[in-house]
Design a protein around this ligand. Structure first.
Ligand code: NAP
Length: 508
């Protein structure tokens, strides 16, 4: 049986380059790549060689016959993107007739993993400083270190490296967290030094870094959360999901977060993957989390939790839910108790987008099940938060506007706002305050007068808080390509010694 991409897909596209028959799409140069919720294997073209399994850094690909319980639905999810059923026959019986990547083998050229003999033609050694050590920083370093004359120094504020892959990914998403093994490998390169406990702006200035290095890449991420502009949002008992994630992931900044789990009801505002993560952690059996990397404080708080229901609140309809299909399937087929009101759901046929349609089908399946009796997640769509009710300084509920014009009060002992991350301005660098990003041209930092010499940017602070861990590979690839181009064209001066031309050694 052909291979199948499953929930943990990180989108770094290593599998695309490893596949000898080009059966994994979208590829980074196809238009859908930037918006795809995962990558998909064409079951008719897959030759079952397993090269993609080896290449995937998070163990997301499996031979069809080796799928574990709860993963079977991914056979259809992969096939449907090519307009097929799991038997390989073209046909509408799973309701998905519009193939995203139409099968046309005549046009698909096999993509062998060919080494690119690019030359880096510069005078002398190149030293690059990278601020941050999260996924975008690690992928940038990996790309740079392919050139033997490049050395990289990373500056990390915290006492442990790898950013969101350590402090952002949920502890029960162990496959996704395993990307840290790849980052460990990259970190072993003797030409990479990671300086921990080193905050740029406190321990060293950006100007010093720019004098010290040939180039500096800012990869500081989007470390804060978008504020929710409604009354009561600053009351006790209202916390951002990003802080809550930091708390259960042992992030030192959130060790003392005030998390009160004594109430029966929690409301999570927002329907993104972060909302699903926090809701799932709140209703999971703590015994299932005991062997994970969850912080001891969070585990002991969850063991005595009184929470019975977590309402995930979407201000728009279910067809606009921000969570991805793999995460919804992982939740539902992973045995997490979930419920949703059938009356809140439009018919799956109301959308032509195959991914949204499958999401609505899965939600309709949930709506047909009995409401769970134990701790569970409830999706409430089409309810825009208007105000958080506060009694004696503490949040007690969320007032929402419903589509029928009425208001509704949802009880809540704890409110988690999960409405997206946001970048912070960096002193000394330009900032687009509307988008919360550093303005750039293909990764070259740009202010009103043009490119800022020797200064580059990558990751969430470059493109905004979107995509998956592996999305940073393509993003950082673009930034490093600009940096290399500037070196070779002489726009980025290198402290001179001998002129060398060295081969680029392979690609991952
Ligand atoms: P997100 O996907 O951007 O979702 C934000 C949610 O907040 C949306 O439902 C949005 O609704 C809602 N929202 C925004 N402003 C609001 C307001 N004023 N009032 C009410 N609701 C509001 O953000 P995220 O969940 O933080 O995720 C960030 C990125 O990380 C995403 O790319 C995500 O896929 C990724 N991530 C991935 C995983 C994974 O793969 N397992 C895990 C975590 C995060 P509207 O749509 O109506 O604006």
């Amino acid at each position: 049986m052909p291979h199948v991409v499953t929930q943990a897909c990180c989108g770094d596209a290593s599998c695309v380059y490893a596949c000898p028959v080009n059966c994994i799409h979208p590829t980074p140069d196809e238009p859908d790549f930037g918006i795809a919720e995962m990558l998909y294997i064409d079951p008719n073209t897959c030759v079952d060689c397993g090269a993609c399994v080896t290449a995937c850094p998070v163990g997301a690909i499996s031979a069809g016959h080796r799928l574990t319980e709860g993963q079977e639905r991914f056979i259809d999810i992969n096939a449907s993107m090519y307009g097929m059923t799991r038997s390989g026959a073209a046909g509408p019986d799973i309701g998905l007739t519009e193939a995203r990547f139409p099968v046309d083998r005549g046009r698909r050229l096999p993509l062998a993993p060919i080494a690119h003999p690019d030359a880096l033609d510069v005078d002398g050694a190149v030293s690059v400083g990278i601020v941050g050590s999260g996924p975008s920083a690690m992928y940038a370093a990996d790309d740079l270190l392919r050139y033997p004359q490049v050395s990289v120094t990373m500056y990390e504020r915290l006492d442990r490296p790898f950013g969101l892959s350590r402090f952002g990914v949920a502890p029960d998403h162990q496959s996704t967290r395993s990307v840290m093994r790849l980052f460990d490998d990259i970190a072993r390169n003797p030409r990479l030094e990671i300086r921990l406990n080193t905050e740029v702006g406190r321990d060293v200035t950006l100007d010093e870094l720019r004098r010290r290095h040939t180039a500096v890449i800012w990869a500081g991420g989007a470390p804060t959360d978008k504020p929710l502009p409604i009354d009561g949002a600053d009351a006790d008992g209202v916390t951002s999901a990003t802080s809550f994630v930091g708390w259960y992931n042992d992030h030192p900044d959130f060790a003392d977060l005030d998390v009160d789990l004594s109430g029966r009801e929690v409301v999570v505002i927002g329907t993104g993957n972060v909302a699903l993560d926090v809701a799932r952690i709140l209703v999971r059996d703590p015994d299932d989390l005991a062997d994970t990397s969850i912080s001891a404080t969070a585990l002991s708080a969850l063991r005595t939790s009184g929470v019975r229901r977590v309402t995930v609140l979407g201000r728009r309809g279910a067809e606009h839910a921000a969570f991805t299909l793999p995460e919804l399937v992982g939740l539902v087929d992973g045995g997490i108790p979930v419920t949703v009101d059938a009356q809140d759901l439009p018919s799956p046929g109301s959308t032509t987008d195959p991914t949204s349609r499958t999401k609505l089908e899965v939600l309709a399946e949930i709506a047909a099940r009995p409401v769970p009796t134990g701790p569970h997640i409830r999706f409430a769509f089409g309810r825009a938060p208007r105000e958080i009710t506060v009694v004696d300084g503490r949040a007690r509920g969320v007032v929402v506007d419903r589509p029928d014009g009425f208001q509704e009060l949802l009880d809540a002992g704890l409110v988690l706002t999960s409405i997206g991350y946001r970048g912070r301005p960096v002193p000394g660098l330009p900032f687009d305050a509307d988008r919360g990003v550093i303005p750039h041209d293909a990764g070259r930092v740009r202010d009103e007068s043009g490119p800022v010499p020797g200064m580059y940017v990558t990751g969430w602070i470059k493109r905004g808080p979107s995509g998956f861990i592996g999305t940073n590979k393509t993003d950082s690839g673009e930034t490093v390509a600009s940096l290399v181009d500037d070196l070779e064209s002489g726009r980025l001066p290198v402290r001179a010694s001998s002129r060398r031309s060295l081969l680029r050694v392979g690609r991952r």
